[in-house]
Ligand binder design. Structure first.
Ligand code: ATP
Ligand code: MG
Length: 375
């Protein structure tokens, strides 16, 4: 995929701004707090309809403004496309509209049309942070190329909420438990489908991530990723086959823990509790990896997302690299550029443009106080 134009209106520190793009590698450089990350955030917003660094959309609106818009024109193997997202107030209510090629669409129709992968300093949390972050990363990766998976997640979350409400009602008011059975069946059917898709995706992603990690470290280190499934009584299960996580497997777990779930008023097992276990040379990278190894691990996961999307849909997504260059040593930096080399349209932010070796087809944009100047 290739972006040809990005435009923003009242987005973060930008009034109205257009970025015309023709190159593969686009370097956004400038001093701190000028609006470099904001531009990557705008591309990400155009791609997913949300920000990579806040869940409060209000923050994206330029201060004291009541409406904003982001538009991205891009080319994919299906032709030329345009995405436009508008957020505005109508009769005191906030409205958000997404247009794909001029037609108003729902978020789930928008999702997966423009594929991007963002790597930013916050991604260190992919290694160091809570399981929820790894689940989100993985869910987004699969959803980008599999709309059925996206749909399964939406349904699963609805059923989970309803089951949890029922568990709380049973705890508060007692009553017959038979009604739980219908929800259990629905829950387990969705849980099994989601876990199977995750395991299939992980099988592919793990291979890619370990190849990338070795090449970033010139074959000196080896990374492995395993699916960590939460079982009963605090047990962790590492599924040995995809068929292991069937509907009846989940039904068994739920029946065993029914009393515990009612006491706690929530569902203690299922895809919403699972995690990815990441090992570096056989040891947990979260507990034993150095800062640089953890950063390289996070980068390998993100780059594997890139290759994964390529394998699934046949073309590379757009790569957004925020402040990565200053955080990697020389060798890892040049390995990263070798990896991208002409194949992946990339937007890189840096303070100092000298950090990016001059390649034939690089474009440089100077960002200062919410203005862009090609230079
Ligand atoms: P660094 O090199 O430090 O990462 P940057 O160029 O990436 O800097 P950004 O994070 O893109 O900087 O932009 C930060 C600027 O945007 C800050 O000055 C901040 O005050 C401003 N800003 C953030 N949100 C808004 C908003 N909603 N309205 C107006 N300005 C905003
Ligand atoms: Mg920044």
């Amino acid at each position: 995929m290739k972006i040809s134009k990005l435009y923003v209106v009242n987005f973060r520190n930008y009034n109205q701004c257009t970025l015309n793009v023709s190159s593969t590698i686009n370097v956004l450089y400038g001093q701190n707090a000028q609006g470099k990350t904001n531009l990557l955030e705008a591309i990400y917003y155009g791609s997913f309809g949300l920000s990579h660094r806040t869940s409060t959309e209000e923050e994206l609106l330029k201060w004291n403004c009541s409406e904003m818009a982001v538009g991205v024109d891009y080319e994919s193997f299906t032709g030329n496309h345009a995405i436009k997202i508008k957020r505005f107030k109508q009769l005191e209510r906030i409205k958000k509209e997404i247009f794909l090629d001029g037609v108003k669409v729902r978020p789930k129709e928008h999702y997966g049309s423009l594929n991007t992968v963002m790597f930013s300093p916050e991604d260190l949390q992919l290694i160091k942070g809570e399981p929820a972050l790894r689940r989100r990363f993985f869910d987004m990766q699969i959803s980008q190329t599999d709309p059925i998976y996206y749909d399964l997640l939406l349904k699963y979350n609805r059923v989970l909420q309803q089951r949890n409400k029922l568990l709380k009602d049973l705890r508060e008011f007692g009553g017959k438990r038979d009604i739980l059975f219908t929800w259990n069946k629905e829950f387990c059917s969705l849980a099994a489908k989601i876990t199977k898709k995750r395991l299939l995706a992980l099988e592919k992603m793990e291979k890619i991530a370990s190849t990338i990690y070795s090449s970033l470290t010139s074959n000196k280190e080896e990374i492995k990723v395993a699916y960590e499934l939460k079982g009963n009584s605090g047990n962790l299960v590492y599924p040995s086959s995809i068929d292991q996580c069937s509907e009846s497997f989940y039904l068994g777990l739920l029946q065993e823990r029914e009393q515990v779930d009612i006491l706690r008023g929530n569902t203690g097992i299922g895809p919403h509790r699972d995690d990815l276990q990441i090992l570096l040379n056989g040891m947990s990278i979260k507990s034993f990896g150095s800062q640089g190894q953890q950063r390289t691990g996070a980068l390998a996961l993100k780059l594997s997302q890139l290759e994964y999307v390529k394998q699934e849909i046949g073309e590379f997504p757009i790569l957004l690299l925020d402040d990565v260059m200053s955080e990697l040593d020389n060798q890892r930096r040049s390995q990263l550029l070798l990896f991208i080399d002409g194949r992946v349209q990339t937007f890189i932010t840096v303070n100092d443009k000298e950090l990016i070796p001059e390649l034939a087809n690089n474009a440089y944009f100077k960002i200062s106080s919410g203005a862009i100047e090609e230079a």
